[in-house]
Ligand binder design. Structure first.
Ligand code: ADP
Ligand code: MG
Length: 147
């Protein structure tokens, strides 16, 4: 188990790669707003709860890191909300409770193996978040209240 941490911000535009290349949309947050807390945490895949101001609270699995497959030069924070939305939500306030860690960041030999692994991560997150030690954070005030 990890010490849970909490970050929030408006959903910003990334490279548009998540949906188009991977079939997995990731809501990008402006990492420069919490660069210190992001650099404190090892790159890798985490899970937790996501609160979207006007919509509700959802399970999420999130990558923090450099996206070695894409050779990024900036550390990014990219949660995939485990819910099917009918529309984009750019600009909305997204609040995250990050409660667990799945694996370190890794490079993958192919796009297919990367996509497959992200789906495994999603299933792990789905199950873990039903465990009482992680489920209880769904009720965090932080996820609901705008600052
Ligand atoms: P970008 O590179 O701009 O982040 P993506 O292809 O990663 O583009 O798509 C992310 C966007 O898709 C989010 O900003 C959000 O508006 C939308 N979106 C729709 N469904 C989801 C979801 N389940 N999880 C995360 N983002 C989603
Ligand atoms: Mg994205």
């Amino acid at each position: 188990p990890i010490e849970p941490w909490f970050i929030s911000g408006p959903v910003i535009k990334g490279f548009g790669r998540g949906s188009k290349v991977l079939g997995i949309p990731t809501a990008n947050l402006p990492a420069e707003n919490f660069a210190d807390v992001v650099s404190e945490h090892t790159s890798g895949v985490y899970f937790g709860w996501a609160g979207l101001s006007t919509r509700g609270i959802y399970k999420m699995v999130m990558s923090i890191g450099w996206n070695p497959y894409f050779d990024n030069t900036e550390k990014t924070v990219e949660p995939w909300l485990l819910h099917n939305f009918d529309e984009d939500f750019y600009g909305e306030e997204l609040r995250l409770a990050i409660v667990g860690y799945i694996r370190p960041e890794a490079n993958f030999p192919s796009l297919e193996s990367l996509i497959e692994r992200i789906h495994v991560d999603g299933k792990i997150a789905e199950k873990a978040l039903d465990l009482p030690i992680y489920a209880r954070y769904k009720d965090s005030q932080y996820l609901r209240n705008p600052l």
